[in-house]
Design a protein around this ligand. Sequence first.
Ligand SMILES: [Zn+2]
Ligand SMILES: [Zn+2]
Length: 251
Amino acid sequence: MSGVATALSGLAKRGLAVVYPEVCQLCHDETARPEDGYVGAACLAQLKPIEAPFCRKCGQPFDGEIAGDFECTNCREMGLKFECARGVMRGTEEMLTAIHRFKYQQALWLEPLFRRLFAEVAVEQIRLWRGDCLVPVPLHPVRFRERGFNQAETLCRNLSQDVALPVVSRAVKRIRVTRTQALLSRGERLANMRGAFAPAKMNLNGKRVVLVDDVLTTGATTSECAAACLKAGASAVCVWALARGLGSPSN
Ligand SMILES: [Zn+2]
Ligand SMILES: [Zn+2]
């Protein structure tokens, strides 16, 4: 890091300490450290990683045992275009609230925590899968202007440093503004996302692509984005998301 960058980063850290006293920013009721993203121990305990069993293809976690080859309802109904998808954390209320603040309220103090949670689970698995590069799910330019940043790209850049793979951010683009998916059923999500992405300038040239997003629910968004990556020349696409939204089976 250059001297200027170091000085700026030091200023940013001091700035954060002024803006955020060391109090948990989720419950405002316990002490919290900057390296934990200003989330205290009690709230951190509510952030739970996804543990087996989960669907091998779409990452949907299940209670109980899964025996032999098994296709989950979500996969059967969605016709997903990626090879596999995994979420790191369960989409608990606390986790989704934290991501919501990061995304819509620019709660960038969460970044170190998200980086650590993501890397702890994903780095080894991405290496085992033999990923060549990371691609963030792009935002439409209109949404980018509204929000000021792409949360998927921020997560992706941090993960790229931890897994030592390059980020290719101009391989696919979002060509349609889509409705928010939260209240849509599986079928409506598929229809909503159809044709939302297209290959862009950069060719992915036979690469094994790790597509990165903040939240994965049915996979409608990442599946369409994976299809655009394949059109852009990727040989395989695996999705990694910070959290797996736990939509009810009918969603
Ligand atoms: Zn708390
Ligand atoms: Zn599945």
